[in-house]
Write a protein that binds this ligand. Sequence first.
Ligand SMILES: [Cu+2]
Length: 181
Amino acid sequence: MIRTFPALAAAATLAAGAAMAESHASAPQPAATAQMKLADGTSVGTATITPGTDGVLVHLEVEGLEPGPKGVHLHQIGECDGGTDFKSAGPHIGDDGNTAHGLLHPDGPHAGDLPNVFVGEDGSGQMEAFTSAVSLSDTPDGMLDSDGASVMIHAEGDDHFTQPGGTTGARLACGVLEPAS
Ligand SMILES: [Cu+2]
């Protein structure tokens, strides 16, 4: 009888360890991804969007770009046509004509405004930002609705204040958000 007690205690410890491993294994995975491309089709990185309870986590990795800060926004339409200089992607999500652009603008921001990605001397850069201003839902305001949405990298850094696009210049790289498989 007495010998079974240590055995039971060991079994209980193993069960607790298994439960913790299980909760780590179920961490949310990206629900949407975008392959970032220049107007000529050159691939320069990947963006992923992972839904959380109260918003989404945007993660961006780029390579092969000029060093320096580059503006990053979520644009309203999931169409990256280099022949239109990516104007096909439409305005920023949340640009309804009444709301100002810029994370630091008193009359802003647009829901699709994000922090800059900083590209280093080796041409690579990363950005991660959490926002509760957008969702991936299949609703008119959601990024996976019928006309989709895109991730845009601009040629220059965003000062988060200047109108209309915050000093970000040309649309440099665009990626259509697709549901993650
Ligand atoms: Cu933009």
